[in-house]
Design a protein around this ligand. Structure first.
Ligand code: ATP
Ligand code: MG
Length: 260
């Protein structure tokens, strides 16, 4: 179980995350929605310690991860994999090598690239790609793939870490609707088949409704809704999207989704 307790992060005057507490049970698929600037990315970065909280704590299986350092911190980051809107693949390397890199600690990457990856690891990489319908492009250069394919490769790379939790920060924001569905279906399948805990930041309320068993709505760094998608009535949607500061352009896009 992942537990956030009174998490707060301020940047100067900005309260990016302002007293967030909730628990995520193993095997849940949680969608985090909110206007641009509501604190979704910061919250994710706090969970996997890419950023340090001003106050509050994150626990995983009852142990605090907030104070972890060195080897223990690296181990937490392995258990808590993350994928981003920008797929962050190395375009000139083939797909399988991009995936294999996910199994390595950062400092080992270059030495491993200079040598051969062991056959067992290559076999696992193929299995991870196959689970996402991507084994057929294993030898293709990553830069030649479509955005949706690249995101699925990025997910396969994250899965090489054998994570307990997968954090996805707007994984479909740069994709067309068909590719967005492919990627969301991939996340859902990993969630269901492997009991993987998935926390995914989404701009689209509609997508959150369709794929997530639970939705957390954020506004101005706070949780203003937490429950099943079916409970998201107009009042809740107003609370999530109509209050607080935000980036107007992105909010208009989100509000269009709400209106559908
Ligand atoms: N490194 C930083 N330095 C200063 N301010 C920051 C930093 N990171 C985030 N912020 C501020 O914190 C607030 C929350 O930002 P965050 O990126 O978490 O929002 P978000 O919900 O992910 O937005 P979006 O939907 O646009 O990705 C914003 O006001 C942002 O400007
Ligand atoms: Mg963000």
């Amino acid at each position: 179980m992942l537990e956030l307790s009174g998490l707060q992060k301020t940047f100067g005057e900005t309260r990016a995350v302002d007293g967030v507490s909730f628990r995520v049970h193993r095997g849940e698929m949680v969608g985090i929605i909110g206007r641009s600037g509501s604190g979704k990315s910061t919250l994710m970065r706090l969970i996997n310690r890419l950023c340090e909280p001003t106050s509050g704590e994150v626990f995983f299986e009852k142990a605090s991860v907030t104070g972890l350092k060195g080897k223990a911190l690296r181990s937490w980051r392995r258990r808590c994999a993350m994928v981003f809107q920008q797929f962050n693949l190395v375009p000139r390397l083939d797909v399988i090598t991009n995936v294999l890199v996910g199994s390595l600690a950062e400092r080992d990457v270059f030495s491993a690239l200079a040598k051969q990856f062991p056959p067992e690891l290559r076999a696992r990489a193929i299995l991870e790609l196959d689970a996402l319908g991507m084994a057929n492009v294993a030898l293709q250069r990553a830069g030649t793939l479509s955005g949706g394919q690249q995101q699925r490769v990025a997910i396969a790379r994250a899965m090489m870490q054998r994570p307990d939790v997968l954090l996805a920060d707007e994984p479909i924001s740069s994709l067309d609707p068909i590719n967005a569905d492919l990627v969301m279906n991939s996340l859902k399948r990993l969630n269901q088949d492997r009991n993987l805990t998935v926390v995914v930041n989404l701009h689209s309320l509609d997508i959150a409704r369709r794929y997530c068993s639970r939705v957390i709505g954020m506004a101005s760094g706070r949780v203003v809704f937490d429950g099943a998608p079916a409970l998201l009535d107009d009042n809740c949607v107003d609370r999530i999207y109509a209050s607080g500061a935000g980036d107007r352009q992105s909010n208009l896009a989100a509000l269009e989704q709400v209106a559908v």
